[in-house]
Design a protein. Structure first.
Length: 305
């Protein structure tokens, strides 16, 4: 029983839920600043739905990425790619994460109905949630399987960037504000880079398995250029968002993460991604950068004027 509990925790990829929860918290804090109230039952139910959608996404990945995960493990296990290896190593059967994904996404949809019709959060509640459900559930699952088409990275940018911030804000306020469209690109660009650089680790395995993600389609050198462009756009839009109304103290909170961003750009331009030990560091720092951008905006709205 203990082994199964540990296996399920590994399947859930709990640390990686933070990249979706942090933007949702940001949207909630923004709504508090704009509207002046927080409906805590709405926050808790909606955050549960966000976690359930991410859980379904990760479980489907364990279920449908078996071939590439097995090949990736042959190159050496790492914390950022290759899945949890729970199904690959036959700790749990493939049917378990498949069923778990279906149950998780069903519960998330039920919460969406609860939010719209019981809490009356507004007519866009279900459409916004449906975007996350559709993109997340079919990220790895057929028939769409966005992860292998070269567009999954863009969907991740949308679903972990604009969507959670906008949804959290809307559920509290019943509307959107234009500043959301200016501050979410840095979050979207950095999470896009999280996915992109993680693909560097598994590129050979993904190519052998027939997965056609961006790293496979473009190759590592062109993918590195794309990473640098996305990182530069993230820095640019942080500045633009401040000009468009984000509290200026955001610039102070963002300074350490600006340093990380510039370091990452420099390392990618020097092609340090070709050294696996350095690549693992770059993968970790890219996640830190993504979380740091969301945290900087949250602190700016929480403490700024």
């Amino acid at each position: 029983m203990t082994v199964n509990v540990k296996a399920w925790l590994a399947l859930g990829r709990l640390p990686f839920h933070s990249v979706g929860v942090m933007p949702f918290i940001l949207g909630t804090i923004m709504a508090w600043r704009f509207v002046g109230i927080i409906r805590w039952p709405v926050v808790l139910w909606a955050m549960a739905a966000v976690v359930l959608i991410m859980l379904a996404t990760y479980l489907n990945g364990e279920c449908y990425d078996i071939v590439e995960d097995r090949l990736a493990a042959e190159q050496g296990k790492n914390p950022f790619s290759g899945g949890s290896q729970i199904v690959v190593r036959h700790v749990l059967p493939r049917s378990y994460p498949r069923l778990g994904a279906i149950v998780s996404i069903s519960l998330a949809m039920a919460i969406g109905l609860l939010l719209q019709f019981y809490f009356r959060t507004g007519p866009w509640t279900i459409p916004l949630g449906a975007c996350g459900v559709f993109a997340g559930f079919f990220y790895s699952a057929p028939p769409f399987r966005w992860v292998g088409r070269g567009c999954g990275e863009l969907l991740i940018g949308f679903c972990y960037g604009w969507l959670p911030v906008a949804t959290a804000f809307y559920l509290q306020s019943g509307r959107l504000t234009s500043v959301i469209h200016w501050l979410t690109p840095p979050i979207a660009c950095t999470i896009f880079n999280v996915i992109l650089i993680n693909e560097f680790l598994d590129r050979d395995a993904d190519e052998r398995a027939g997965k056609r993600n961006l790293a496979v389609r473009l190759g590592l050198e062109k993918s590195a250029v794309l990473y640098v462009l996305a990182a530069a756009l993230s820095v640019l839009f942080v500045g633009v968002s401040i000009l468009k109304g984000v509290p200026r103290v955001m610039g102070v909170f963002y300074l350490p993460f600006l340093a990380i961003s510039l370091f990452l750009i420099a390392q990618m331009l020097r092609r340090r991604y070709r050294e696996r030990r350095i690549l693992l560091v770059l993968c970790g720092l890219t996640i830190v950068l993504n979380l740091g951008v969301s945290l900087s905006y949250s602190l700016a709205y929480l403490l700024g004027r």
